[in-house]
Write a protein that binds this ligand. Sequence first.
Ligand code: SF4
Length: 401
Amino acid sequence: MSKAKISIVKTGPKPDYQKIRAAVAEALDLIGGVQDIIKSGDLVLINPSWVAPPVEREAGCITIPEVPRAVADIVKEMGARPVIAESSAVGVDSAKVIQQSGYRDLLEMGYEVIDLKAQKTRVDMVVENGKVFDRVECWELVQQADVIISVPKLKTHDQTEMTCAIKNLKGLLTDKAKKAMHQEGLFEGVIDLLSAVKPLLTVVDAIVCQEGIGPIFGKPVEMNLILAGKDLVAVDATCARLIGYSPREILLTVNAAARRLGIMDADQIDQVGEPLENVKRRFLRSVEDNPVEVEGFQLIHDEATCTGCRNTVMSALIDMRNADQLMYLPGVTVVTGGAPLPADVASESVVTVGLCMQQDKSERHVRGCPPNNALVVKAIIGDRAEVKRMYAGESLDKTDG
Ligand code: SF4
């Protein structure tokens, strides 16, 4: 098997569009160009990460618009049609992410920027030899695309250790399919998705990344790098090494390599451009980060708890911290994702959160999928104080399960 070529290029600090465009072009040149995968007339789906707000570039949460823009400009020069398309995490309004971020400017400049959640037609993509699914529900545009390019943001992740090229593909799924993936088996389900949609290229936004409790509430880290490669497994393996992991610690990478969907071993990867050794930096891991630590408060996520409930509970806790309400946490246990209720905690102290807890709900259950974070705060503090609502934008009554 020939070696996978992965490039690393520096952008310099606080790069503007021209610098990012030059870095993306150099990163693609270093891997041999993209003429072998993109042909004139192709429909090219460029898939950034719009997981959820915050959308500011300093937060390191979503792929900044300049990176997919640079890819789109290169695709356009080749006579193909670039479409920047994505759907945010379960329960997050992608249209708001577009409107609040620089993606709105791209729309105004005439780029095709598509909120997949607003698409009408869903299609089942067939998974050959899937381990969890024999088909995955995506949007029609995903099936229509001649070429799919993953343009992730490099971050640590509270479920999967790291999120990058492979995990980013979940943005091509419907919310229903995203939930099913978390419930049926994320670590092989995402690999089923990878094998179904067959992306041909990744361009990584590693300009401002996140460490700690990513993918939304992590701490920003300036790396000022663009990475590119045509083997998504090799891209993720290289990014893992870049941020201080062995790729063997990243189960999505391990599972994808085991199914021969790409290369993980360093001696099979031809790393070009900036040497990894010169730019690597150990990222704080999710388990090493605890933005809201309160003695006597317990948070129990199931393995199946998806970003929807993890994000909801974390933003509820951050709301409480910002409102000086952490004194209501001791004695409370929050349970999500279908995790078993703790036997040693009195039922009145348990707050169950989300549709996945419906079968085992406590008296202080919070409905929704994902639930509204203000309702989580309300379930914790009851009538003892007023709910201050920093993150929640919806009505307290608005839930869907
Ligand atoms: S209830 Fe929560 S964990 Fe379950 S699918 Fe919905 S958002 Fe995900």
